[in-house]
Design a protein around this ligand. Structure first.
Ligand code: GUN
Length: 295
């Protein structure tokens, strides 16, 4: 059998960012409104610093305003909440993202719930999670949304397909399952207590791996020809001491069985920021009662 088609997240995310940039340019020209994204980073977590820098760069490239708020690691929770309150009221800010993880002394859920649902471009607020589940205009978490866009680009219509989501986090697994239900897939959510995980995965036309365990999903767990979306980003150490980024799927064995697969890096990762920009544009349009047909 030939190897799986590689789903190129770098290429597709660039297309999404270009279409967002084109809509931003129209909004600036016709309505004199520039979408604005505020990113709040508390502390100096190195991975978070890299993400925030990339978000800033991509936001500016899309023609949007980027507002960065970098606070020291020991910032009291009430100061973070005050900043969010100010951003909720700021008419120049249409999207608010608080970079996670937050320092331990801050209650993450309280911070998420302080963000106005209309500006919650991460889609983590319970109002947005509820609307995603129950219908209505929600903002959808970026990583599952990016995964869905890749799936639709690869497979077209998803209706009737068997999908297995491995992982049940609020950030990826649960919203991913909701999105796939909306697309009329038959969805199974597997997790650490699932019995016979390989047997469950083997039934799937679509496998979403979002567990955070390096190379856990093996090629012989897959139905031949299935589509694999690998959300994992794990740093592993090789025998020679060098470090490497790998997904939750054992790529070398999976690529021999799947029909299409996302690589790590270069698969889902770049889609997350593209969808953050898309969500910021959507939030801005809704706040100003503008339509975004065809996006
Ligand atoms: N940290 C890692 N991924 C994410 C994300 O998608 N959103 C936020 N806010 N923080 C993160």
């Amino acid at each position: 059998m030939t190897d799986a088609k590689l789903i190129d997240g770098n290429l597709f995310s660039a297309k999404v960012r270009e279409s967002v940039a084109a809509r931003v340019a129209e909004m600036v020209e016709h309505h004199k409104i520039t979408p604005g994204l505020a990113v709040v980073l508390v502390g100096e977590d190195p991975a978070s610093q890299v993400y925030v820098r990339t978000k800033h760069k991509r936001t500016v490239e899309a023609g949007m305003n980027s507002f960065e708020h970098k606070l020291p690691a020991d910032t009291p929770e009430h100061e973070v909440l005050l900043l969010i309150e100010a951003l909720n009221k700021d008419p120049q800010v249409h999207g608010i993202l608080v970079q996670l993880p937050l320092p331990k002394h801050i209650d993450t859920q309280r911070v998420i719930e302080a963000i106005s649902p209309a500006k919650d471009v991460d889609g983590f607020h319970p109002v947005n999670a509820g609307r995603l589940a129950a219908g209505g205009d929600s903002l959808v978490p970026c990583t599952p949304l990016g995964s869905l866009l890749l799936l639709k680009d690869t497979l077209g219509k998803l209706g009737g397909l068997d999908a297995v989501v491995i992982g049940r986090s609020n950030i990826v697994g649960k919203p991913m399952a909701q999105l796939l239900i909306k697309e009329s897939c038959t969805v199974t959510v597997a997790h650490s207590q699932t019995r016979d995980l390989p047997g469950v995965v083997r039934r799937a036309d679509i496998v979403i791996a979002a567990v955070g365990k390096a190379e856990m999903v093996k090629g012989d767990w897959l139905k031949p020809g299935c589509t694999v979306i690998d959300v994992g980003i794990n740093r592993i150490e090789l025998p020679d001491g060098s470090r490497k980024l790998v997904g939750d799927v054992d790529f070398a064995s999976a690529v021999k069985v799947a029909g299409a697969i996302t690589p790590v890096p270069g698969g889902v990762g770049p889609m997350t920021i593209a969808c953050l920009l898309r969500n910021t544009l959507v939030a801005c349009a809704r706040l100003h009662h503008l339509s975004l047909k065809g996006l």
